[in-house]
Write a protein that binds this ligand. Structure first.
Ligand code: GLC
Length: 747
């Protein structure tokens, strides 16, 4: 029996190659689907469940750099469909050859890995890249990451993370694009296209994975993995759009999230994974669970045991079990006894095989196994140029009192102070989900500044304190050099370990001794530029009240020092805008710009309105905010018609002038409010933005087209409709300071 099957299997493998070669551009063609069905008919139950089994690789195993014999045995038995964390051209080739040549059906495996913002040439954290409001550049950054990842044997990245986050206590806010569904959707699509390239079969393209489906960012109290409980309307209007945008952009995979939504864990949510994702959105790719999320259904207490958990997840529509080993070990009997539907099993196998065909692995299983490619692309000058460009566009100028910035390159003496400024902590500058295997690959702040200042400038340095420790402070030494300087550059913030996964915080102040250090420096009376390096909004009220210039620089990646120096000394005019609101204190959270009016909107003249006794309602810095070294003025806001029908578009135009003394880029933002509707609507919602360049004195007219879809919302019956009525249009350089006008919609 075995030999016959073997012959049939090998013949089938050859048959695939002939067909795929002729139809490699016709992926998902009927012929591909027929081949997949033929292959499924050859598979045993064990082999089917094996395709749905993903195991961890050597990346997470400090002791081994090659998969072990037990894994090799499973490969030969066809019990592994994909790996998380087998990295390297040589090792992936070695493993793939075992899968293809030594298993019965020769099905290639997929190699997945977390390439969130680069794998060697690390770019800013995604929240930083989103601050650029430059989707073209974000796409280039993702494509560069794909080129580098594929040179290391990787087929598939678990990115983009597209979770909307309104709570900076949640460490994973670092990995996404902030609080807004429109900006989040634009960035999701850009990253999917960047990773997957123009053609998935091109060298350098890798499969993307929109995660964490869904609403992972809605965790109560900002505590990671916590309960998510929200209305269907909030889910559909705020949290789901970026996943939909990723699917529409062609994402081939999604990842199910750890969390429940209103009592149903996503990984067991049939409505989410099948009715919505497949039936309504038409998604043809695969869903992989998050790490052990299938097994965690037991912790959620919706499954009594591993078998129940596996059947729940697979039946919901979660195709691959990431490292629980439930599908492959515990579902054989249920599959045989039909306790697990054979159709459900075959459909998941079909989706996994479809993705492998789409990625060309049956035609060329060793497509990313050429070790010579990495030598050419990893940390190449071209890639560093991309990393520096997006880092420069990620830096947000929050404050520039007395136009302290940009600094003069020939300043006599500069004191550079802070635990994130020197070389010893530079590995932190790459931020969460990145590994600077060689810290020397990261351009530190001190090295960036040294390369920028004049030979006559004296640069003094002291780290002043540790990043996250009460011990080891050197505040006196730092104050001493500050007193010798004409200007102080203080580089403070978070280590890479306190944002990202399992990194929720209740205190968002500058950590440990850093605030004390800053206050001591402030006492010297010297002008201070504060550079904040962080993976989330921090509470900077004291800093905003006392420090003349503040740059929000996030964790900027391998080109940190060069990008920051270019902005500090004015070779680059900052143009970034915040993708998330900065609260004044933790008590304000959750805090976001697209809030509802309530029945008692804030009124300064009436105590009995929605307010706090001890703080304003407004954020310290609002969504969409960011300054420039020049100034922009807005005028002549117009709509193409004061009245439109429900099915018509309306054009909005505004004039933007560079009223300052130097060229600069401005992100012109368009917001909309449905003034009166059958359900409550946000006070404003982002519906468009354009980044424009203006020379001093130059004026440009910027136009936006609002479509019926932009005006629509989910009504009382959860139907997406446009209602007649008055709409208010807001246009400006951030969500708080806008020109406004109105138009009416009639039947
Ligand atoms: C982690 C994360 C997910 C990541 C996966 C694989 O727990 O939640 O974002 O892609 O496991 O590392």
């Amino acid at each position: 029996m075995g030999r016959t099957f073997f012959k049939a299997g090998f013949a089938f493998f050859i048959f695939c190659n002939i067909l795929i070669a002729q139809s490699s551009t016709q992926l998902l063609s009927p012929r591909i689907e027929t081949k997949i069905d033929s292959l499924i008919r050859l598979m045993t139950v064990e082999e089917k469940l094996g395709q749905l089994n993903q195991i961890g690789g050597t990346w997470y195993d400090a002791k081994h750099d090659r998969v072990g014999e037990e894994t090799v045995k499973l490969l030969r038995e066809g019990k592994i469909g994909s790996f998380l964390g087998v990295v390297g051209a040589e090792e992936t080739e070695r493993v793939q050859r075992i899968a293809v040549n030594e298993s019965r059906l020769h099905i290639p495996v997929l190699f997945g890995f977390d390439v969130i913002h680069g794998i060697a040439t690390i770019t800013p954290i995604p929240l930083g890249e989103a601050s650029s409001w430059n989707p073209e550049l974000v796409e280039r950054s993702a494509h560069m990451a794909g080129i580098e990842a594929s040179s290391a044997g990787i087929h598939w990245t678990y990115a983009p993370m597209v979770d909307i986050a309104r709570d900076p206590r949640w460490g994973r806010i670092a990995e996404g694009s902030g609080e807004d569904p429109y900006l989040g959707s634009v960035m999701a699509a850009a990253r999917v296209k960047g990773f997957q390239g123009k053609n998935l079969l091109d060298q350098g393209s890798i499969l993307s994975c929109a995660k964490h489906f869904a609403a992972y960012g809605g965790a109560e109290a900002g505590r990671d993995y916590n309960t998510v409980d929200m209305s269907e309307r909030t889910l559909k209007e705020i949290y789901l759009p970026p996943y939909k945008a990723a699917v529409d952009a062609g994402a081939w995979t999604l990842m199910s999230s750890f969390n429940e939504i209103a009592g149903i864990p996503s990984t067991a949510n049939h409505w989410l994974m099948t009715n919505l994702l497949r039936d309504e959105w038409g998604f043809k790719g695969l869903v992989v669970s998050d790490y052990t999320a299938v097994q965690e259904l037991i912790n959620h207490r919706v499954a009594a045991n591993r078998v129940d958990a596996g059947i729940l997840a697979l039946t919901a529509g979660v195709d691959i079990d990431m490292v629980s080993k439930i599908y492959v070990n515990d579902l054989i009997d249920p599959a045989r006894s039909k306790k697990l539907s054979g159709e459900v099993l075959d459909e998941s196998v079909r989706r996994v095989l479809r993705v492998k065909f789409a990625y060309g692995l049956f035609d060329n299983p060793y497509r990313n196994c050429d070790p010579s490619v990495g030598k050419k692309v990893l940390l190449s000058k071209e890639h560093r140029d991309v990393a520096r460009a997006i880092a420069e566009q990620s830096i947000v100028l929050l404050k520039n009192g007395n136009n302290l910035l940009p600094l003069d390159k020939s300043t006599k003496t500069i004191a550079l102070i802070g635990p994130l400024a020197g070389n010893e902590n530079r590995r932190n500058l790459v931020g969460a989900w990145a590994w600077a295997k060689r810290p020397e690959d990261v351009v530190s702040v001190i090295d960036g500044i040294k390369s920028k200042i004049s030979p006559n400038t004296k640069l003094l340095y002291d780290k002043g304190c540790e990043i996250e420790s009460d011990s080891g402070a050197r505040i006196e030494q730092a104050v001493k050099i500050a007193n010798q300087a004409d200007v102080v550059v203080a580089v403070l913030g978070e280590s890479q370990h306190v944002s990202g996964e399992a990194a929720s915080k209740t205190n968002l102040d500058l950590p440990f001794m850093q605030k004390e250090l800053l206050k001591a420096l402030h006492k010297t009376g010297k002008p201070i530029v504060l550079v904040v390096m962080n993976g989330r909004p921090l509470t900077l009220q004291w800093e905003a009240d006392n420090i003349p210039a503040i740059l929000e620089s996030w964790h900027l990646g391998v080109e940190t020092g060069n990008a920051l120096a270019n902005v500090l000394f004015g070779d680059v005019n900052p143009s970034a805008k915040l993708p998330v609101s900065f609260p004044r204190n933790v008590g304000q959270i959750p805090l976001y710009y697209n809030y509802k009016s309530t029945g008692r909107p804030l009124s300064d003249s009436d105590k009995y309105t929605s307010r706090y006794l001890d703080a304003p309602n407004t954020p310290l810095y609002p969504f969409g905010y960011g300054l420039s070294y020049t100034t922009f003025t807005y005028g002549n806001l117009k709509v193409s018609s004061g009245t439109i029908k429900k099915d018509q578009n309306v054009t909005v135009s505004v004039e933007v002038k560079n009223s300052g003394t130097r060229s600069g880029d401005e992100v012109v933002q368009l917001y909309l409010r449905d003034d009166v509707a059958s359900v409550t609507r946000p006070v404003k919602e982002l519906k468009g933005f354009k980044k424009i360049s203006l020379n001093p004195g130059e004026t440009k007219t910027v136009e936006f087209t609002l479509t019926p879809n932009d005006l629509s919302f989910y009504n009382l019956d959860m139907k997406k409709i446009v209602e007649p009525g008055t709409f208010t249009v807001y246009v400006g350089g951030n969500s708080a300071d806008c020109l406004q006008t109105k138009f009416d919609v009639v039947e």
